[in-house]
Write a protein that binds this ligand. Structure first.
Ligand SMILES: Nc1nc2c(ncn2[C@@H]2O[C@H](COP(=O)(O)OP(=O)(O)O)[C@@H](O)[C@H]2O)c(=O)[nH]1
Ligand SMILES: [Mg+2]
Ligand SMILES: [Zn+2]
Length: 311
């Protein structure tokens, strides 16, 4: 029987079969993945083959090839990774310019990571009902910047907007990961998009008091007209292992485009002579904040060279 993993409870998986049934399944035997050291060989989004057992949970005996997957380091010191989700169609970063503040470094790390995984990314600016004129102006600047690079940007108020049909259209029949700081409104938005799902929301002030260390396992939430949303509660970020310095510019599309005009083909766009990127910066053809984020990733002092989408 074939199916697809919609929930990971830690000790078992919930598999939705091709006929739409939900079946609890456990991993059979030992799985090894060729290219990745992982603490969990199976993640939500994986296509699996399962075998029913009369007296216990079904067994997963096979994992289908992945279109993509995203990982996070399983602990700060570990080189092992934890697969968060597989076979994503797109990632949405929920951004708020205030309440809470989302920094451009945070946005750029997220976008660079999505580029590294070759997963289309979009920015959803939320809480536009509660930002002042300066913040609005700043937000429009960001939207102009990110649209010019090629990232779709959307503005919403998850609490005030009467109609979010355009988002439903973007999510239709796709697997979409929602990410963003705690408190930006991910759960609120999901509750709007999936009536009846009842994701817990939390006033921002509560975050400081509550231990946010509780382990949460990701889950696919079924959209009423087809498609899934993955919320990532308690997950601060996902990242990339072994991103080498020379590759980082690849994940900043507008910087990468210019790098062909640099004198040295291994130019890192810092001190090298005749650097087209530095030149473009002085002419304001590249944004200072994007360049800063690029340097920030490049200069990450990280022994394992694990670069996280978020800081
Ligand atoms: N004013 C305003 N508040 C919002 C909006 N979206 C979410 N909130 C509030 O922000 C807080 C955090 O939202 P929540 O969905 O729990 O954020 P999450 O941590 O990203 O899941 C809650 O008190 C929500 O009611 C919005 O568009 N406007
Ligand atoms: Mg939430
Ligand atoms: Zn250069």
């Amino acid at each position: 029987m074939r199916g697809f993993v919609v929930k990971n409870t830690g000790s078992s998986y919930l598999v939705k079969t091709d006929s739409g049934e939900l079946i609890e399944a456990k991993l059979k035997g030992n799985f090894r993945l060729k290219d990745i050291q992982s603490t969990n060989p199976i993640a939500i989004g994986d296509f699996v083959g399962i075998e029913l057992n009369p007296e216990s949970a079904a067994s997963i005996y096979e994992i289908g090839d992945r279109k993509n997957y995203i990982v996070r380091r399983s602990s700060n010191l570990s080189k092992q990774s934890h697969i968060l989700a597989a076979n994503l169609d797109q990632v949405f970063l929920i951004v708020t310019v205030n309440h809470p503040v989302t920094s451009t470094t945070f946005i750029d790390r997220f976008l660079a990571t999505a580029e590294a995984y070759r997963i289309p990314a979009a920015l959803v600016f939320n809480k536009i009902d509660c930002i002042n004129t300066d913040e609005q102006e700043y937000m429009h600047g960001l939207i102009h910047l990110y649209k010019s690079i090629g990232y779709p940007c959307h503005q919403i108020s998850a609490t005030e907007d009467k109609d979010l049909t355009f988002l439903n259209t973007l999510l239709h029949n796709k697997i979409t990961l929602f990410s963003g700081h705690s408190g930006v409104g991910k759960s609120t938005l999901i509750n709007r998009l999936i009536p009846g799902v009842e994701q817990k929301t939390q006033a921002i002030s509560d975050y400081h008091n509550k231990g946010m260390h509780t382990t949460t396992f990701s889950e696919m939430l079924s959209l009423p007209d087809g498609g899934y949303i993955i919320d990532t509660p308690g997950i601060k970020g996902f990242g990339v292992f072994d991103m080498v310095d020379a590759e980082i510019a690849h994940y900043f599309p507008e910087i990468f485009k210019l790098s062909h005009h640099c004198k040295y083909n291994n130019c890192t766009h810092r001190q090298e002579p005749d650097c087209a990127v530095k030149q473009a910066l002085t002419e304001h053809l590249i944004s200072e904040s994007r360049y800063k984020s690029y340097l920030n990733i490049l200069e990450d002092e990280n022994e394992n060279k694990y670069r996280e989408a978020t800081t």
